[in-house]
Ligand binder design. Structure first.
Ligand code: ADP
Ligand code: ZN
Length: 218
């Protein structure tokens, strides 16, 4: 199965992509996570990406495409992937299509999670993340000792989760990523869901959508 999760920062793509990945045993590829890992390991990729990320801008396509192609290759034998944070502009989407076409494959579904700007800002300014296992929390529901419930590591705020960078990420989203909605609608593979509601509710809606992929195939 080849699925893309689309939506503005703060829509809950990452949270949902992780759940789907576990439930369906499908590799989860988050370009944001890969980049943050590269930054924290101070690799040459990380050094190149760092300043763009801290400004909330897109990392140049050349860097991203090179990184993604290598990853996707690894996933092919595992039955596909769920992408989160990629593609992020039309150029990246076209590259992805071309890349899959060469293997006689295609995306099956693009799930667009929609959320309004103020909700997104509230979620992101309060977001806390476990630097060890990646589990996400919000300041309003985080453990009082500030440690991850799963692994005990001290929770942190992402460097780009400050209001100024968040506003910029949202602007970049509307300029660069939002046009992908139309791009995938034209291809007939876009499905929209509201990002309002509990993570469980949204997850259930996503599973219903994904079940339709299987129905189509059989
Ligand atoms: P969010 O969706 O919450 O903004 P991500 O973790 O997906 O966060 O991405 C964090 C940052 O990493 C982005 O602001 C951008 O700088 C960079 N990034 C991630 N994916 C891409 C991509 N496909 N193309 C360009 N830059 C990317
Ligand atoms: Zn943890």
């Amino acid at each position: 199965m080849r699925i893309v999760m689309l939506g503005p920062p703060g829509a809950g793509k990452g949270t949902q992509a992780k759940r789907v990945s576990v439930k369906l045993n499908l590799p989860h590829l988050s370009t944001g996570e890969l980049l943050r890992e590269a930054v924290s390991n101070n690799t040459s990729l990380g050094r190149k990406a760092k300043s763009y990320m801290s400004r909330g801008e897109l990392v140049p396509d050349s860097i991203i495409l090179n990184m993604v192609e290598k990853e996707i290759d690894k996933y092919e034998e595992k039955g596909g992937f769920i992408l989160d944070g990629f593609p992020r502009n039309v150029a990246q989407a076209k590259k992805l299509d071309g890349y899959l076409e060469k293997k006689s494959e295609a995306l099956e579904m693009v799930i667009n999670i929609d959320v309004d700007e103020e909700t997104a800002v509230k979620r992101l300014t309060g977001r806390l993340v476990c630097p060890n296992c990646g589990k996400l929390y919000h300041a309003t529901n985080a453990p009082s000792d500030g440690a991850c419930k799963g692994c005990g590591t001290e929770l942190r705020k992402r460097e780009d989760d400050n209001e100024k960078t968040i506003r910029n990420r949202l602007e970049v989203y509307f300029d660069e990523t939002h046009p992908l909605i139309e791009y995938y609608r034209e291809k007939g593979i876009l499905r929209n869901i509201s990002g309002k509601g509990s993570p469980d509710e949204i997850f259930q809606k996503i599973l219903i959508l994904i079940a339709q992929i299987k129905v189509k195939k059989s």
